[in-house]
Design a protein around this ligand. Structure first.
Ligand SMILES: [Fe+2]
Ligand SMILES: [Fe+2]
Length: 273
């Protein structure tokens, strides 16, 4: 059962005067990635082929991700009635493929797969929290709040299954840290950059990874506040088995915050040039 339904959103409260034009392209890109959740569920079903409980949970999870895509797509269509959500998503699907034929996790173990999923949910929960708190448009605020709540629950779902597998697979701390850091680093891979391209650029424009990453990331990063990074760092620490609150997590959050600000300035400067 989904925790909310797209029809429950108060769409009639949409206020075009409060739409920040800088947010609309971000929402369009996010809609692409979220809507693609079913593909990831196909992959998870293969990786966890003999675990019916997890497979069922993964299918419910994907339904929620698809609803995130549809809610964001619906909002972006209100903000920009000329935008064609279905056509943009069809382009994304045609050009971006997950490794659906895998029989084992690309992370080397099921524990690793679930740690990587925890990283993704850490990223999405903080992103929608940041975006929702920054926007003045009431419908987007509501959607972001609902989506962020789902993403926190998704983190918990993958975390609980990860603990179960960890007791069997006994992956060492360093290995877990490496997987977590690797997945965080992948946020600048094609998944988001290509989503930006399909959501915001005409089909005739050639896809360029670096340009699309700079366009997406420089805007997305500008909405974060330190509290989002701090909470996210606690979630990362918890997923790899470190104390979520403490000196080390505190220092890492401050370091990550500075790194993000530096990266955002650098990407913005590259675009300006
Ligand atoms: Fe989502
Ligand atoms: Fe999620």
């Amino acid at each position: 059962m989904k925790h909310w339904h797209i029809d429950q959103v108060a769409w009639d409260r949409f206020d075009p005067a409060k739409v920040d034009p800088a947010v609309v392209p971000l929402v369009k890109a996010a809609a692409m990635v979220e809507r693609n959740g079913t593909d990831y569920a196909v992959y998870l079903n293969r990786v966890f082929a003999d675990d019916p409980d997890f497979r069922k949970a993964a299918d419910y999870w994907a339904e929620e991700e698809v609803q995130h895509g549809d809610a964001l797509g619906c909002w972006a269509t209100l903000a920009d009635p000329a935008w064609d959500y279905q056509a943009a998503f069809a382009r994304y699907r045609a050009g971006y493929h997950l490794p659906l034929d895998a029989n084992a996790s690309i992370r080397g173990s099921r524990t690793g797969e679930l740690i990587a999923r925890c990283m993704v949910e850490t990223g999405t929960s903080s992103y929608y929290s940041a975006l929702g708190e920054a926007t003045q448009e009431p419908v987007l605020r509501e959607i972001c709040r609902l989506i962020a709540a789902d993403e926190f629950r998704h983190y918990k779902l993958f975390y609980d299954h990860m603990r179960r597998y960890l007791s069997r697979e006994r992956i060492g701390m360093l290995r877990r840290l490496k997987i977590a850091a690797g997945r965080v680093g992948e946020s600048e891979d094609d998944e988001l950059a290509y989503a930006w391209h399909c959501g915001n650029e005409a089909a005739e424009v050639a896809y360029e990874h670096d340009r699309c990453t700079a366009l997406y990331m420089s805007r997305a990063m500008s909405f974060y506040r330190f509290r989002h990074i701090e909470r996210g760092m606690g979630m990362i620490f918890k997923a790899v088995g470190l104390k979520p609150r403490g000196r080390l997590s505190d220092l890492s959050a401050k370091g990550a915050w500075r790194l993000m600000q530096w990266r955002q300035r650098r990407l913005a400067a590259r675009l300006a040039a």
